[in-house]
Design a protein around this ligand. Structure first.
Ligand code: SF4
Length: 265
């Protein structure tokens, strides 16, 4: 049974790392809904639920996550604040493709996650080992099949250990499980077939943008206005190739970037 495999993964991780804290990372997509549900079913004492708020995605996703998980216990957002808009107005959009994506991930997710973990959990103490349970699955893409590890320590913060609790689950089993447990599902992820919190433009198509904008017109308007200003200032828009030589520092370790890395496969 897949839940037994998850139980074994969890046991091994706890034996190996003796975590002082366990955090459930929730994006608003179905995979992290399942990893959170499995963790609760296995009796994990979840110290905190954390959600990455990139502020470039569909705001209704964050509202759903806040409403659903905020009432279950301690809840924190790794908030990128104005990082996206600031960057776009300063230099233009991030560009397109894996290189641009690694950079966007660093600005919008990796840095806010590390900061939130430091601020709300580590608080300058030593020997704080944090297990970050997430919903990455190996069958999401060929790329993940080859590269996803059951656990991995964050290269920039080695005591932050990312654990793929539902590593072995396939999509059908995940969906059947969520249904059987009546787990609340984000309506945005039902409509768009992804969490919708990721719309930075590096990995999404213009068709996906148009679909999201038709369903969430306020978000669509916000992005169009930002794009008009960015084009005026820098001459290129959302989803366009970054026009200059790219020497920006990329983040290769992107455990909370599921939809986009699946696309990259
Ligand atoms: S595609 Fe999503 S997760 Fe990836 S960098 Fe952009 S906003 Fe972040």
């Amino acid at each position: 049974m897949l839940i037994d495999k998850s139980a074994a993964i969890l046991r091994q991780a706890i034996d190996q790392f003796s975590p002082t804290h366990i955090v459930s990372m929730v994006s608003g997509g179905k995979d992290s809904a399942a990893s959170d549900q499995v963790a609760r079913e296995l009796g994990v004492k979840i110290d905190m639920v954390m959600h990455g708020n990139t502020r470039c995605g569909i705001p209704q996703t964050t509202e759903f996550v806040r409403d659903t998980y905020g009432k279950l216990g301690d809840y924190v957002e790794a908030d990128a604040g104005t990082a996206y808009e600031d960057y776009v107005l300063r230099k233009g959009f991030f560009g397109k493709g894996i290189g641009a994506h690694g950079f966007a991930y660093r600005v919008l997710k990796a840095t806010p996650f590390r900061k939130a973990v430091s601020k709300f959990i580590r608080q300058r103490r030593r020997d704080v080992r944090i297990l970050l349970i997430n919903g990455a699955r190996k069958d999401e893409s060929e790329n993940r099949k080859k590269n996803l590890q059951v656990w991995r320590s964050d290269p920039a913060a080695p005591n932050n250990i990312w654990l793929s609790l539902i590593y072995d689950w396939d999509q059908d089993s995940r969906d059947a499980y969520l249904e059987s447990r009546r787990t609340p599902i984000n309506p945005v992820s039902v409509q768009l077939c992804r969490s919708g919190e990721c719309m930075c433009g590096t990995m999404q198509t213009s068709g996906e943008r148009a679909e999201a904008a038709a369903l969430y017109p306020e978000w669509g308007k916000w992005l169009s206005e930002l794009e008009a200003e960015a084009k005026r200032l820098h001459g290129f828009g959302w989803g366009d190739t970054f026009p200059r030589r790219d020497s920006r520092q990329s983040e290769l370790f992107a455990p909370m970037c599921k939809d986009c890395m699946a696309r990259a496969a």
